[in-house]
Design a binder for this molecule. Structure first.
Ligand code: ZN
Length: 471
């Protein structure tokens, strides 16, 4: 084991990966593996871990205390920000025993199934400044926060370099900064940066701040959270981030995940900071708005529980809207669309309030209408009329509807026509029989006989009396 005679440079807010990598690269050996052995006594440690298990060794070779490395150079503070005091102490102890896996478990980061960052990020302008002032660029802790892709100082887009196990990488100088950042990206980065600089949040107080804001925004009552409404609004809000794996996992349409309402369950559960980041970004206007709410400056606007609007009320509202539109004389189709009700509902309401529905534009012109009416009056079949005017049967029936006199006339015409046919059929049958009897006549023209018996009895009787005097 070799000890470094002179402690290496460590910059403010530099990541442990950055510090450790420089140590390894400064050890001039034949290979990185050999340098890793020289510096860390182990060639297999993962230098880019977000919760590093090599803090003891790094402290020894860098001259920086455990506490300072964990709190000022790793994301330990960020990942324990929303944990209770005891969980934080437990995770710290585990990391110092070089057991980062159990530290992850203690913090609930494994249970959250949110994958860790697989890139190192740097700001082209910060790197340029570092290079100019110090002669070398290094990784800054606050640029490595999950879901942040904007520099907290320069507000330009961060450059991502994939993490590589076999190679140690540093920010490169000479990238053109891009300032094309959406409002949401800005907001997420500013909340994330505030989180990275905070001490820690009291979980109970935080939940209270969320609850008050949810109630004030109508996403909860004093009794329950409107989970699906809240979730749906968050899905819409973070739409541009749905391609991001962690955001998609949290907000996808899958009943297994109870986020965001799950933030209120299980006092001891440790939620991934990403969950709080999304909730805060969604609920609060900006960081100060959040801090004010957290320090309990936000009053509860709604003191009484406000029940969710029952379906019956929604229906009543739709019906009154439909009635109002009917009174305004809107046509049926438009009322259906605006009030979101069925055609039957509109007709019922119209009938109930004696409002005649505005007729839809006539397909049949007035002159054709008159022609059809004449044909109807002389008792022509609807199908024949439709055929004659090259229309559908429905169009002809439409002309007929609402004209009770024509209907009655047609009924009578049909009756007389039928009666005439039946009488003729009976008389004709009589002449075809060699020895006519009433029984034979009935058997030969049964249909017509029954019709006349029911509807034209006086004629049938006088007919029988005349021909079958003897019978
Ligand atoms: Zn910057």
């Amino acid at each position: 084991m070799r000890m470094k005679q002179i402690y290496p440079r460590i910059y403010a807010e530099e990541t442990v990966y950055s510090i450790a990598s420089r140590l390894v690269l400064n050890d001039v050996s034949s290979s990185i593996s050999q340098s890793m052995l020289n510096v860390f006594d182990n060639k297999n440690i993962q230098l880019d871990s977000i919760l590093p298990s090599f803090i003891n060794r790094l402290s020894l070779v860098s001259g920086c205390s455990h506490g300072e490395l964990l709190d000022k150079h790793s994301l330990f503070q960020y990942y324990t920000l929303f944990s209770t005091e005891s969980v934080r102490a437990q995770a710290r102890a585990l990391l110092l025993k070089e057991n980062s896996l159990d530290a992850f478990k203690a913090l609930g980061l494994l249970a959250n199934r949110i994958s860790c960052h697989d890139v190192h990020q740097f700001c082209p302008l910060c790197a340029k400044e570092q290079e100019e002032q110090l002669g070398e660029a290094y990784w800054l802790r606050a640029h490595q926060l999950p879901l942040s892709n904007t520099c907290y100082r320069h507000h330009c887009r961060l450059v991502s370099i994939p993490k590589q196990r076999k190679r140690l990488v540093f920010p490169s100088v000479g990238y053109e900064p891009s300032f094309a950042i959406s409002t949401l990206e800005h907001k997420l980065a500013s909340f994330n940066y505030a989180f990275s600089q905070a001490h820690h949040f009291d979980p109970a107080r935080l939940r209270q701040a969320y609850a008050v804001r949810l109630i004030n925004q109508g996403l909860a009552t004093t009794r329950f959270v409107r989970h699906s409404l809240w979730r749906e609004q968050m899905r819409v809000y973070f739409d541009e981030y749905m391609s991001h794996d962690a955001v998609f996992k949290l907000l996808q349409n899958d009943a297994e995940y109870a986020f965001p309402a799950s933030i209120f369950y299980n006092d001891e559960a440790n939620h991934h900071p990403l969950k709080h980041l999304l909730i805060c970004t969604f609920l609060f206007e900006h960081v100060d708005d959040f801090i004010d709410a957290y320090t309990q400056k936000e009053p509860l606007k709604v003191v009484h529980a406000e029940p969710i609007t029952p379906q019956s009320e929604i229906d009543a509202l739709r019906q009154s809207t439909a009635l109002m539109l009917l009174k305004q004389g809107l046509p049926l189709r438009q009322i259906i669309q605006v009030a979101d009700v069925s055609a039957a509902t509109v007709r019922n309401i119209a009938r109930k309030h004696s409002i005649s529905l505005k007729k839809q534009e006539r397909k049949v012109s007035d002159s054709i209408r008159r022609g059809i009416t004449i044909q109807l009056i002389i008792g022509r079949h609807v199908a024949d009329i439709a055929n004659k005017f090259n229309l559908k049967k429905g169009d002809v029936e439409q002309v007929l509807s609402g004209q009770p006199i024509i209907k009655e006339l047609r009924r009578r015409i049909r009756f007389y026509r039928h009666r005439q046919q039946a009488r003729r059929a009976l008389i004709a049958t009589l002449y075809t029989l060699k020895t006519p009897t009433i029984t034979l006549l009935r058997r030969s023209a049964d249909k017509e006989y029954v019709w006349l018996f029911k509807r034209d009895k006086p004629w049938l009787n006088s007919f029988k009396k005349f021909y079958f005097k003897s019978g």
